[in-house]
Design a protein around this ligand. Structure first.
Ligand code: ATP
Ligand code: MG
Length: 474
């Protein structure tokens, strides 16, 4: 429960008690910053990373209650401690209800204050160390109120009540696994195991033994019996991820399991009955695979009892902002940067963008923004800069669209992202072409000044030179 190095914001209109507390904190190795008013304190929180706030109950410019509520709303997870004189202890209880972590009675002694602060900091730190809590609540951690997501969510809820097999489909990063888990957690099987098997994670023979298990001596190295994941999922849910990658022989075995809920372990003769609910997921076009005889039609029907489609993010742009907000809060608290927020301009920018990726890409992007944030407020410029940086390295087409807006004015607002089918040529060729255009635009924008262009593109001068050479632009 050490206070060493903790940045403590002290808010107290009275100079003497403010100084008493700051000097005590200095003696404990903390780094106190002080304000005499609530509004100034909120202002400061916007600029400086702070670990904990200690506020006097009797503020002059606002009530401590509204101050605590404002901190809680804008920087959830940032602990606030209220200091209250004897008569106002009942008000301190009100502050606790508004979100304060604790309160200290006046006059306080050094030990008491240090203890309360240390306790609040430890609670926050251990919260940050823990993985995020399992999704709970009405939406099982699934965000997004777009119509497309509401539909998906309604299907999820209905499916969860039954034991029917669900086939979750959507592009990579749209939340298929999240939904598969939510189906299990919202189902009567929630207290039973949820077992996942990723069909791309094992070569065929290993996948077979991972799924169905084996008896001792079934093959060289099978020293003892091992239950497969099907068995482990008994009474619970088995999540068959990337089902489109399953080989035809394994498709046949899986079909039997789905039909009869029976199987044998490798090398075994005993037939085992299981009570398993299946959820499968894929980003592949299974109907097309069926046509090309790569996927069994009978298995497809067995899996597709309840089809659940997850729309790509570009089809539900209104979800981008709440997702970005949510990821910002999650990563801010996971990294102990509790007061990092996206400001209105950043949120507006998120709303205005056509993100080419899905939720996973957005999540990774916001994580980088939070981790790299130099101060507590992430603004539009920071988002743009990170977008340039990220995309130059990975998805040059995004730089393209960004630079097009930045350097040559906004793109035609009518233009919709082209459908994947209409994109000709390989992805690599498209990326190369976009990279070349991005380089040309940056150079034009910087009037040929290469150092400046390198800065705009977020790369070193030597990388810029190498790229210019590569594209014959030198
Ligand atoms: N609607 C959502 N609300 C909140 N978080 C989401 C949502 N959709 C996806 N996520 C988060 O985005 C990340 C990617 O989701 P998930 O792994 O479920 O996608 P996926 O479709 O299985 O992707 P892939 O095809 O790449 O395996 C996860 O961290 C998940 O928690
Ligand atoms: Mg997945």
């Amino acid at each position: 429960m050490s206070l060493v190095d903790a940045v403590v914001l002290v808010v107290d209109p009275e100079r003497d008690s403010r100084e008493a507390l700051t000097s005590l904190l200095l003696r404990r190795g903390s780094r106190p910053v002080a304000c005499s008013e609530g509004a100034a304190a909120l202002e400061l929180l916007n600029k400086e990373p702070v670990d904990i706030v200690v506020t006097e109950l009797a503020l002059e410019d606002m009530t401590a209650l509204s101050f605590v509520a404002a901190v809680e709303e804008r920087w959830p997870g940032l602990p606030t401690i209220v200091i209250a004189g004897g008569a106002s202890v009942s008000d301190a209880v009100g502050a606790l209800r508004a979100g304060a972590a604790d309160f200290v009675e006046k006059p306080f002694d050094a030990e008491g204050v240090s203890y309360v602060l240390g306790k609040a900091l430890t609670a926050v730190r251990s919260r940050a160390m823990r993985p995020p809590p399992p999704s709970s609540g009405a939406r099982a951690g699934i965000l997004g109120d777009s119509q497309a997501m509401q539909q998906a969510y309604a299907t999820l809820q209905r499916a969860a009540q039954s034991s029917a097999t669900v086939l979750v489909r959507g592009e990579s990063g749209t939340g298929k696994e999240l939904v598969a888990r939510a189906i299990h957690e919202s189902s009567p099987r929630a207290s039973q195991p949820f077992v996942k098997i990723d069909c791309t994670a094992f070569p065929e023979t290993l996948l077979d033994s991972e799924l169905f298990g084996y008896e001792r001596g079934a093959f060289t190295g099978a020293a003892s019996r091992k239950p497969g994941r099907v068995e482990l999922a008994d009474k619970g849910t088995l999540f068959l991820d990337e089902i489109g990658e399953l080989t035809l022989p394994l498709q046949a075995k899986l079909l039997r399991l789905l039909q009869d809920r029976k199987f044998e372990r490798l090398g075994g003769t005993k037939t085992i009955d299981v009570d398993v609910r299946f959820v499968a997921a894929t980003h592949r076009d299974l109907e097309n695979m069926v046509e090309r005889k790569q996927f069994r039609l009978d298995l497809f029907y067995r899996l597709n009892v309840v089809p659940l489609w997850l729309p790509p993010l570009r089809a539900r742009r209104e979800d981008i902002e709440p997702l970005a907000q949510h990821f910002c809060r999650t990563f801010a608290s996971a990294n102990g940067k509790y007061n990092v927020t996206l400001d209105a301009s950043a949120l507006r920018f998120f709303r205005s963008q056509r993100w080419p990726g899905n939720v996973r890409q957005l999540q990774n992007f916001v994580e980088r923004l939070v981790v790299l944030a130099p101060g507590p407020v992430i603004r539009e410029e920071d988002v743009k800069a990170e977008l340039l940086q990220a995309t130059f390295k990975t998805q040059t087409s995004m730089v393209e669209s960004h630079l097009a807006t930045e350097l040559t004015g906004p793109p035609s607002t009518q233009a919709e992202p082209s459908a994947p089918e209409s994109v000709a040529g390989t992805l690599e060729a498209a990326l190369r072409a976009a990279e070349k255009r991005a380089l040309e635009r940056a150079l034009r924008h910087c009037n040929g000044n290469r150092s400046q262009a390198a800065r705009v593109l977020g790369v070193s001068r030597s990388t810029l030179y190498a790229k210019l050479m590569e594209h014959g632009l030198l």
